[in-house]
Design a protein around this ligand. Structure first.
Ligand SMILES: *Cc1c(COP(=O)(O)O)cnc(C)c1O
Length: 405
């Protein structure tokens, strides 16, 4: 295909997205990702980040990354199997293993890469992966990378899970791995981990939890959903990200020493992509320390979450099944979700519309996440904006708008 033909073909596809109201320009922040951000010169209350604990701008993380760059250099220089492992990379891994209370951990460049490394590295042709249909895209892509047989079960449906486990047993699969998000990233609901673990154990299967949105948020000291349900020692693989509550960048898999060694030999993103710059590693180390020394960050996150969620519900908005700081405001069609996001933006609030194919066609929503660093005044302004925008667009919530101060 000639270059001009390719571009014309891409333009046609983009035009289709525009017609469906799904075309998005990237929001360009003109400063740090904080409880307020500046976009196009406008200061906005930020409800779009995964920076749950506000660590992204914490002075100790910033100081640690500057110091590490001076001491260790700007980049790591190679993939880790060649020469890209420095002692701080290993220090971070032992700290992560201690945090997750597992024998070992391995870091990857991102949570996305961690799922690819684990699913591609641990499972092969003779094996089975049993996966919740609403698992994160990086799990779906990881499953694409393995030749293991796929068994999908309906979202959090334990009867469905049992059935799939039975099928995997009948099919004589070697390793059977049940995979679930700990907290589902679009709806903010929590996986029924005790029930999942019970069924997996009964079927002789292992469990993997991707806790990207659970770590820093749930469990004692933010150890995540496995700790929240007191299932330590019963979940074979905990995948996590360093890009959300931890506030920096990266992913990891925590579990046995055998898991770590397997990923070092067979995890393709580990083998074929360069490791983190030292500044990133040092900032992650500092973040783990801050999470321990400032436990009130987690309490503030939850206090803000409860306050904001109650406010949205009082306005009559549909927040779905959310049990965590991820709070969707579900409005239906893509155009309605994008319209609400735009109306909020005009009122000083930055909250992204999320539409098909990320969620089902009739489940278009504006997704909000409050953080530990939001003030009550910011949350009140944001609720006022939701009330006014809902009224302007004739959405649920309009009726209650007048009642808010
Ligand atoms: C965000 C997310 C990831 C990807 O993590 P990154 O570090 O951003 O690559 C993986 N899994 C889940 C469930 C996520 O929400």
């Amino acid at each position: 295909m000639a270059m001009n033909d390719l571009n014309q073909s891409l333009a046609d596809e983009l035009e289709q997205l525009r017609r469906e109201g799904r075309f998005r320009a990237l929001a360009v922040l003109e400063g740090p990702q904080d409880s307020e951000v500046v976009i196009g010169g406008q200061r906005l209350i930020n409800l779009s980040s995964n920076n749950y604990l506000g660590l992204n701008t914490h002075p100790r993380l910033i100081e640690a990354s500057c110091e590490a760059a001076r001491k260790w250099g700007a980049g790591s220089g190679a993939v880790r199997t060649i020469a890209g492992t420095q002692s701080i990379h290993e220090e971070l891994e032992s700290k992560l293993a201690a945090f997750k209370r597992t024998p070992a951990a391995l870091t990857l460049q991102s949570g996305y890469a961690a799922n690819l490394a684990v699913l591609g590295g641990v499972l092969g042709e003779p094996d089975a992966v049993v996966s919740d249909e609403l698992n994160h895209a990086s799990i779906i892509d990881g499953i694409r990378l393995t030749k293991a047989h796929r068994y999908l079960f309906p979202h959090k449906d334990m009867g469905g899970l049992e059935q799939r486990l039975e099928e995997a047993r009948r099919d004589g699969r070697r390793r059977v791995l049940v995979v679930t998000d700990g907290v589902f990233s679009m709806d903010g609901d929590i996986a029924p981990l005790p029930q999942i673990v019970e069924r997996a154990e009964a079927a002789g299967a292992a469990v993997m939890v991707d806790d990207a949105h659970g770590s820093g948020v749930l469990g004692e000291g933010g150890r995540g959903s496995v700790s929240h349900f007191r299932l330590e020692g019963r979940v074979a693989i905990q995948v996590g990200t360093l890009s959300k509550a931890v506030g920096v960048l990266g992913g990891y898999a925590a579990g046995s020493q055998e898991l770590r060694d397997t990923l070092i030999h067979l995890g393709r993103p580990f083998l074929f992509s360069t490791s983190h710059p030292p500044a990133v590693v040092a900032a992650c180390l500092a973040a783990l320390e801050v999470m321990q020394s400032e436990p009130d960050l987690q309490s503030r996150l939850w206090a803000n979450t409860k306050y904001f969620k109650a406010g949205l519900e009082e306005l009559g908005f549909d927040c779905g099944q959310s049990e965590t700081p991820i709070t969707p405001v579900i409005v239906g069609e893509a155009a309605a979700a994008m319209g609400l996001s735009d109306a909020l933006r005009r009122r000083g609030v930055f909250a992204q519309g999320i539409v098909f194919p990320t969620v089902a066609r009739d489940q278009g929503r504006v997704r909000t996440i409050v953080t530990a660093s939001h003030t009550r005044a910011q949350l009140d302004l944001a609720l006022r904006a939701f009330a006014d925008a809902g009224e302007e667009l004739g959405l649920a919530g309009a009726g209650a708008a007048a009642r808010r101060p």
